[in-house]
Design a protein around this ligand. Structure first.
Ligand code: GLN
Length: 543
């Protein structure tokens, strides 16, 4: 299906830029189109180009940039890659995410090595050539390559990306490169009408860089209507049928592909890129969305962590609850609890109304006590518990302090002493640099039969993604085990504990990895599904 141009196989490129303002949901819009093309029987991959200078978002604060998403091959990437994977049900690679920092780093490194033979190294052509090279990383391997350009058109930072996009369009032609622009048509209450001016300006900015949008995706709170579409088409120089309404969805982002399908978005894309039309298989997705919209049960889970001011810091966890909730016909309300506010005195009130808690990932000392107090509470009160990464580490500390007679038990991330039940791996002890120094990416793990983990996965060999420096200290394994802790997941060489759990409890499971990163729409993640099931059972909502 990949287009044949001369001898080489080429992919069709679809660029998605954003206008007017940020947070319009470019990642969701791109993922939705990717899904529709895939469900039409084409092969698709998606890439994100981020304009910031950081080499990767690994060292960025989650408060600023949301969660860091990790791929199987260990890249720390933008959280939009999470959307792509969840929608496409496809694992992406390091090369699916590029930052301006990587591009400049590459060019400057080459310059230092004398690669440019004395030439003046410039944004055009050197930076743009490097960007184009990266655009084409997967050229020929997929029918479609969707490329989302981060930021908003008009930002100084994203200029080289737009210039490279323009050049690629010129080189490959309009039947091989499609420009989609996501914009916003606000409803102004005082005027009682929708306004197209911001869209006009945004398209004008895009045209100044030589990019003519082929399709406008117009985010709006109210229906666009024929008149508005005609006006936008006229002023923005696009065909009326290419002005697509992207109405706000009521219940879930997973509805967006269904809306686009109704507007025939992917049909239009296929026509413009001269690709054959194939039948759209969307029933499975529609059923998934229907289960989200019409749940049978409702439960409330507390997500305990310190990044509670910005929900995007826990993006994948929140999405994993939607997926696994849908499988269980359950709406999972997730209430964020700031662990810094949790004390011995208010723990009861803090846990009020929660059917289960998840203690989330994190770095640094702040909020640790609140996490340990929460875990102690749910362990003793037999409330379902799920610990992820730092969540597992805190569970081990709590267990050692209260059940192994080690009141000083701690992680050496927070306090170095003789009772570091959580400690650095020997290889990590030598590393001083920040950034890229963690155990990152997918690692295999063997499950012990009969455990909750085994029952959830229903298999004994799994692979999950990691992002951490510290591990359970093997020195303390015997005493933890003797006091009743089960190590239900172990690395194949037996050296690392990956999953812990407790018996005589409805569900007390901690994992060293990040299961949320492999939760996909429609299918969900076994551990999230198991956790929700245990809550439903605990509440006697299911048998
Ligand atoms: N800070 C802990 C570590 O580095 C946990 C990291 C995490 O929760 N992802 O091991």
């Amino acid at each position: 299906m990949i287009s044949d141009q001369g001898q080489d196989k080429h992919s069709k490129f679809i660029f998605i830029t954003g206008g007017v303002l940020s947070s319009l949901g470019k990642g969701i819009a791109s993922s939705s189109l990717g899904l529709l093309l895939k469900q039409r029987g084409f092969t698709v991959t998606m890439m994100k180009f981020d304009p910031y200078i950081n080499v990767d978002p690994g060292t960025m604060n989650p408060f600023q940039h949301g969660e860091v998403y990790v791929t199987d091959d260990g890249a720390e990437t933008d959280l939009d890659l999470g959307h792509y994977e969840r929608f496409l049900n496809q694992s992406l690679k390091r090369k699916n995410n590029t930052t301006a920092g990587q591009v400049y780093y590459e060019v400057i490194t080459k310059e230092r090595k004398g690669h440019y033979l004395g030439k003046t190294v410039q944004v055009i052509p050197h930076i743009t050539d490097e960007i184009k090279r990266r655009f084409r990383t997967f050229d020929g391997q997929f029918d479609f390559i969707l490329i989302e350009i981060g930021g908003t058109v008009g930002d100084i930072e994203s200029l080289p990306f737009l210039e490279a996009q323009r050049q690629l369009w010129l080189e490959l032609g309009s039947n091989n490169v499609l420009n989609i622009h996501l914009t916003y048509v606000p409803y102004i209450k005082s005027a009682g009408e929708m306004k197209t001016k911001p869209t006009q300006h945004s398209v004008k900015a895009l045209m100044e860089f030589g990019i003519k949008p082929d399709i406008l995706l117009c985010r709006c709170e109210q229906k666009l209507g024929k008149e508005m579409r005609t006006k936008i088409a006229l002023f923005c120089n696009v065909h009326e049928d290419a002005v697509i309404e992207a109405l706000d969805v009521e219940s879930t982002i997973y509805e967006v592909p269904l809306l686009y399908a109704k507007s025939n978005l992917e049909e239009l894309v296929l026509k413009k890129l001269e690709m054959p039309s194939k039948e759209l298989e969307i029933d499975t997705w529609r059923n998934f969305v229907n289960r989200i919209r019409h749940p049978k049960h409702e439960i409330t889970v507390g997500l305990v962590g310190k990044y509670t001011k910005y929900r995007d810091s826990y993006k994948s966890i929140l999405e994993a609850f939607v997926h696994a909730g849908s499988i269980n016909n359950t709406k999972v309300k997730v209430e964020l609890r700031n662990s810094e506010d949790i004390t011995e005195d208010n723990i009861q009130a803090q846990m009020e109304g929660l059917d289960g808690i998840l203690v989330g990932p994190g770095f640094g000392n702040r909020g640790i006590d609140g996490k340990i107090i929460s875990i102690n509470y749910v362990r003793e009160n037999k409330i379902p518990f799920f610990g992820i990464c730092l969540g597992l580490q805190c569970a081990v500390i709590e267990f050692a302090r209260n059940l192994c007679n080690m009141p000083e038990a701690h992680s050496s991330e927070f306090l170095v002493n003789d009772f570091n039940v959580i400690d650095l791996m020997d290889e990590q002890k030598k590393i001083k640099d920040k950034g890229g120094t963690m155990r990152l990416g997918a690692y295999p793990c063997n499950l012990i039969t009969g455990t909750n983990a085994y029952k959830a996965y229903n298999t004994s060999e799994i692979s999950e993604r990691h992002r951490h420096r510290y591990e359970i200290n093997n020195h303390f394994r015997p005493v933890l085990e003797k006091s009743g802790m089960t190590f239900s997941g172990i690395s194949p060489d037996g050296k690392l504990v990956e999953i812990i759990e407790l018996k005589n409890h409805p569900w007390f499971v901690g994992v060293q990895f990040h299961p949320e990163l492999k939760s996909r729409a429609v299918t969900g993640h076994p551990l999230f599904i198991g956790f929700i099931k245990s809550i439903l059972k605990n509440k006697k909502l299911i048998g």
